[in-house]
Design a protein around this ligand. Sequence first.
Ligand SMILES: Cc1cc2nc3c(=O)[nH]c(=O)nc-3n(C[C@H](O)[C@H](O)[C@H](O)COP(=O)(O)OP(=O)(O)OC[C@H]3O[C@@H](n4cnc5c(N)ncnc54)[C@H](O)[C@@H]3O)c2cc1C
Ligand code: SF4
Length: 333
Amino acid sequence: MKPFAYHTPIDARTAARTVASDPKAVFLAGGTNLVDHLKLGVAEPDLLVDITGLTSEEITEDDHGGLRIGAAVRNSDLAADHRVRERYPVLAQALLNGASGQLRNMATTGGNPLQRTRCVYFQDVTTPCNKRDPGSGCAALGGYTRYHAILGASEHCVATHPSDMAVALAALDAQVRVLGPDRERTIPFVALHRLPGEHPERDTVLDHGELILSIDLPPLPLAARSAYRKVRDRASYAFALVSVAAAVEMDDGVVRDARIAFGGVAHKPWRAHRAERALRGAPATDDSYRAAARAELADARPLGGLDGGNAFKVPMLTGALVSTLRELTGKEA
Ligand SMILES: Cc1cc2nc3c(=O)[nH]c(=O)nc-3n(C[C@H](O)[C@H](O)[C@H](O)COP(=O)(O)OP(=O)(O)OC[C@H]3O[C@@H](n4cnc5c(N)ncnc54)[C@H](O)[C@@H]3O)c2cc1C
Ligand code: SF4
């Protein structure tokens, strides 16, 4: 491991300024992703800026019935919060589907959405990877692609975003409050992560040195009827092959409104706007749910690969969406 310096700034603004002024400085939160990358040589910062104690560990009510989740709130505490479980069950379920109990006790609200891809080539410093080493190539193309993207990829990178929590936040219209060296701003969660395009080394739209202060959930009554479904190779302690976060409002057998996002299919949590449009006003039947999946996946571009590729994700995701909506709307096939 390359040697690095370690700082504990006095406040959040100083932390943002310290990182912004050093291109090789990074924030350290729970460390469950970053420390692995230090050991693997994937990240080689010269300075770790520990943000423990600099952002809120509280979940607070806003004036309109939404929740403000401090960036330092641990994943386990967030999943256990009764307001989250009652008003946004999809978020509690997504968190509990991620990692392990020990990891969730360390992982934070700010760090979880900023964890980096689990693409095996990204984590193996002996292979070319445009995300880790821009311009070096992409070893995944023609390699093992089981966990890779079917939507929104580019010739430079076909990686997927690994966070479960982030898929729920994308469906819930969350907002991200960030502090830079000179200003505070709010970013819609769906606009936080990028598609790879020509710059897969950039996962998000954050400027270097911008610190997440909180993630805000708007009041969203339909989210009380919401769920998260994750399909993976093992029953626990595995990343998603595909996942679905869904919330619906029903009226007399008709879907009045819906929020849908997919995980495991793109470089970012994938908000399924086309599926939502297809569902609004549709009867709560499997045919409607399959039509919604078809609408969203019309542009899917599965990859070939040494392991047979990832075309299986299209029917797998369709099945996951149908099952989730069936569960939420109480309709049988
Ligand atoms: C074995 C294993 C299995 C896992 N399985 C899953 C899984 O199934 N599903 C899942 O979703 N996750 C899984 N994870 C990932 C885990 O959820 C993340 O590692 C964790 O959420 C990251 O949070 P952290 O606070 O530890 O972040 P850190 O590791 O401290 O930081 C991660 C990144 O975020 C940046 N950062 C952190 N906080 C802030 C902030 N407030 N503002 C700006 N930048 C910040 C850091 O600089 C770093 O780049 C797994 C991890 C492991 C090790
Ligand atoms: S898919 Fe992206 S992260 Fe994986 S090797 Fe290619 S460039 Fe790197």
